[in-house]
Design a protein around this ligand. Structure first.
Ligand code: UD2
Length: 315
């Protein structure tokens, strides 16, 4: 298949590009390199016959229209975004442009070209602070940040588009839980806890645990997320309809447990330092993976232990 990926040079985009190339597809990657890096695509760029990378801003009018007219993709995987929750609070206009306007451009370019499938990077942030676990897709949607609100609006823009409503375009909104793995920028203060910890351990520094470490997350390997994206874009399942689905493992891991796993790989590391819990931090987050399994046939394969060991050895 011919697949256009926005945000291809990012953490999830680069793994998704590699996955699709490995499956034999042809990929056009688009990135503005605001938070993505060309080096993330070194492996993909070696597949020059089936991979092309274009530097462009999909939030700019006309950019996706002309790329779609030239490449004629059968599917678009829309991963380009402002990924930092903190930045979405500090700069709501930028959040709107990168997380909503860009999605509108995806919907209109796809409609003009008759694209049959759109996969959208949504987030568990659409749920906000849900207490009833595991969180399934019917849980209340009460995002607590402009980032989460924009992800929820984007889902509606795509799902309510005339092409999706008519069944001409299948839209799959994937609500990722806590994604981790190689290429998640550890230098960013907004990076996920696993890559922050990895950075500390690799440098011989003690990681800081905010709170008592009993908080839990549904950590999912970026390799599983890339596979879920590929599946949603290419699945030939009859009856696959537009919709939303959690992309998660259904397994909770506490921070203390993650530190224990790290200490197996770094036996001489200093013990963690404890600091007061961050304000606004949620204590537990756990997704229900049943819908993705039923609708896409997706099931996470990487355990946290195995994915962490791979991350550490590859570092
Ligand atoms: C994730 C998103 C956040 C928002 C939220 C919605 C990331 C990086 N964060 O927050 O932006 O979308 O989901 O639910 O994707 N922690 C430490 N030490 C550190 C760093 C973090 O103890 O050095 C703690 C942190 O206080 C939290 C837990 O680790 O209790 C997980 O933090 P996170 O930022 O990786 O992810 P989360 O789920 O809080």
């Amino acid at each position: 298949m011919k697949i256009l990926i926005t945000g291809a040079a990012g953490f999830i985009g680069s793994h998704t590009s590699e996955r699709l190339l490995a499956e034999g597809h042809e990929v056009l990657g688009v990135d503005n390199f605001r938070t993505g890096h060309r080096r993330n695509l070194d492996a993909a760029l070696r597949q020059a016959l089936r991979f092309e990378l274009v530097e462009a801003d999909v939030a700019e009018s006309g950019v996706l229209d002309s790329l779609c007219a030239r490449f004629r993709p059968e599917a678009i995987i829309h991963l380009a975004a402002l990924v930092s929750v903190q930045e979405s609070i500090a700069n709501p206009a930028l959040n709107h442009r990168l997380n909503i306007t860009a999605t509108e451009h995806v919907a209109s370019a796809a409609a003009k070209q008759g694209v049959r499938r759109i996969v959208f990077a949504s987030s568990a942030a659409v749920y906000g602070d849900v207490r009833a676990l595991p969180i399934d897709e019917a849980a209340p949607k009460q995002p607590i940040s402009p980032y989460g609100e924009a992800k929820l609006s984007s889902e509606s823009i795509l799902l309510d588009s005339p092409a999706a409503v008519a069944g001409d375009c299948v839209v799959r909104c994937q609500r990722y839980f806590n994604v981790f793995g190689p290429r998640q920028d550890p230098a960013s203060p907004y990076s996920g806890v696993i890559s922050v910890f990895q950075n500390c351990y690799a440098a011989g520094r003690a990681p800081t645990i905010y709170g008592d470490g009993q908080q839990t997350r549904d950590f999912i390997s970026v390799y599983d997320v890339a596979r879920a994206n590929a599946l949603a874009a290419t699945s030939a399942r009859t009856g696959l309809a537009s919709g939303v689905a959690n992309i998660c493992t259904g397994r909770a891991t506490s921070l203390l447990e993650s530190v224990r796993i790290f200490s197996v790989e770094y036996p001489d590391a200093p013990p963690p330092v404890f600091a007061p819990a961050r304000s606004g931090d949620i204590v537990h987050s756990l997704g229900d993976p049943a819908r993705a399994r039923a609708e896409l046939g997706f099931e996470a394969e990487w355990t946290v232990e195995r994915a962490l060991a791979e991350l550490i050895r590859g570092a």
